[in-house]
Ligand binder design. Structure first.
Ligand code: HAM
Length: 421
């Protein structure tokens, strides 16, 4: 038997309803905050990601699904959405009409990481971006949105962590101070970190290897190296989060795994997912637009890991898959034909009706209605036809009422609406 690819997975009915609820909640909230959806390709030129995420990141170095297409062009299955959204904003010159854009996107991303719980090779993100706003209030809005979404989904055991990564002006000073410190600690660092030292030293702050963590306890803090503008912005973010009642932790070790970030960055972390603690991450990336050949405009955004979020939502999962409003148990060929038409007409009116297409006993039809979680069963056999009324049984209370066959669809609709009000 051909199995699915390692690190990929099927989200089947039963679980998919949870995803749908999350997506619907997110879309409603985003739209209320003025965000609009963008649908863009899953495949892009590899160079887009190499340039934006950074050649020296884990994603670009070893995790991208990159291949040559039939013409030999190098293309990549997107590992994230930000670079593509920026590409699209530049390509269509959206900035010339209205530079401020609030966008969202929900879809699959691909990274060839080592699969484990909460980490997949095809995973889904809910992504939101604000283009064209310098003010740190845009960062606050995004964090607020994220926290509000999680609260609507009844997620507990999460915390917002924030940091500032400085800007073109101040980060080089921090980098020098960090490199200085790392040179003195190099024998304590793991081989990965020693390799990273020259090209991407900030990532060492984030290394999970215990030896590295210990070696880095007294590492210099980026927050001591911020220029006055970055300091002011970061203070604004914090005071507005306080004002909005959003709890947060300042974490100078939060460096993120993509190179484009500047100034405020953030993550939502949870203890509920084992090693994969980040449910969402994001931040400002003011230089990316220009780096990709567009205007020098600021941007900020986040992405939520939908696979991880689906594991920790707090709403009641049991009742979420909706069963049929009514199962029509028809006995006999002619009655089944009529039942089929009733089902179609009820469906058009928003009432979910199911039936059995085969000639089965009442007992087996009742069993199936039960398995499907039908709220009611409408029983129609020879006797009911003779008497001119079907029997409608409430599967929970076991109460039964007669429903006239004459104008059955209308009668049934009324009964169902009356009982579900
Ligand atoms: P990221 O931190 O790489 O950021 O990914 C965001 C979220 O996607 C993570 O917090 C995690 O929940 C989820 N995620 C990442 N990799 C996997 C995986 N292999 N399996 C399951 N879930 C995963 C970004 O992608 C940035 N583009 C976010 C952003 C938007 N920054 C600015 N705008």
């Amino acid at each position: 038997m051909i199995q699915l690819i390692r690190g990929f997975r099927d989200i089947l009915p039963g679980e998919v309803e949870i995803w749908q609820r999350i997506e619907q909640t997110a879309v409603a909230l985003f739209e209320d905050f003025g965000f609009r959806e963008s649908r863009i390709p899953i495949l892009e030129h590899s160079e887009l990601f190499a340039r934006s995420i950074g050649e020296d990141t884990d994603i670009v170095e070893k995790e991208m699904y990159t291949f040559a297409d039939r013409r030999g062009d190098l293309i990549t299955l997107r590992p994230e959405a930000t670079a593509s959204l920026v590409r699209s904003y530049i390509q269509h010159r959206v900035y010339a009409r209205e530079p401020v854009q609030k966008l969202y996107l929900i879809g699959p991303m691909f990274r060839r990481e080592r699969p484990q719980k909460g980490r997949y090779r095809q995973f889904y993100q809910i992504d939101a971006e604000i283009f064209g706003v310098h003010s740190p209030l845009a960062d606050v809005e995004l964090i607020f949105l994220l926290v509000t979404l999680l609260s609507r989904l009844q997620v507990t055991d999460v915390g917002a962590h924030i940091n500032s990564l400085g800007c073109r002006r101040c980060r080089p000073h921090f980098r020098t101070a960090l490199l200085d410190f790392l040179t003195r600690r190099s024998e304590l660092l793991c081989s990965d970190c020693n390799r990273r030292k020259a090209r991407n030293p900030l990532r060492i702050l984030d290394c999970k290897v215990p030896g590295c963590r210990e070696a880095m306890t007294d590492a210099p803090s980026i927050l001591d190296h911020l220029c006055p503008d970055c300091q002011r912005d970061f203070a604004t973010v914090q005071s507005h989060l306080d004002g909005l009642g959003v709890p947060f932790t300042v974490d100078p070790r939060l460096v993120r795994g993509l190179d484009y970030y500047t100034r405020t960055t953030f993550e939502i972390q949870t203890g509920a997912l084992g090693a994969q603690s980040a449910v969402a991450g994001g931040g400002r990336y003011d230089g990316l637009m220009e780096l990709l050949g567009g205007p020098d405009l600021p941007a900020t955004g986040f992405a939520i890991g939908l696979d991880r979020l689906a594991e920790i939502v707090g709403f009641d999962r049991s009742g979420i898959a909706r069963g049929p409003d009514v199962f029509i148990a028809a006995l006999g060929g002619d009655i089944r034909s009529r039942a089929f038409e009733w089902c179609c007409r009820l469906g058009v009116d928003g009432i979910r009706a199911e039936m059995d297409f085969e000639d089965r006993s009442l007992k087996s039809q009742m069993k199936r209605a039960d398995r499907l979680g039908a709220a009611r069963v409408l029983i129609v056999g020879e006797r009911e036809v003779q008497e001119g009324a079907a029997i409608l049984r409430d599967m929970q209370t076991r109460d039964q009422v007669a429903v006239p066959l004459n104008d059955l669809v209308e009668n049934l609709k009324q009964k169902i609406h009356n009982t579900s009000d």
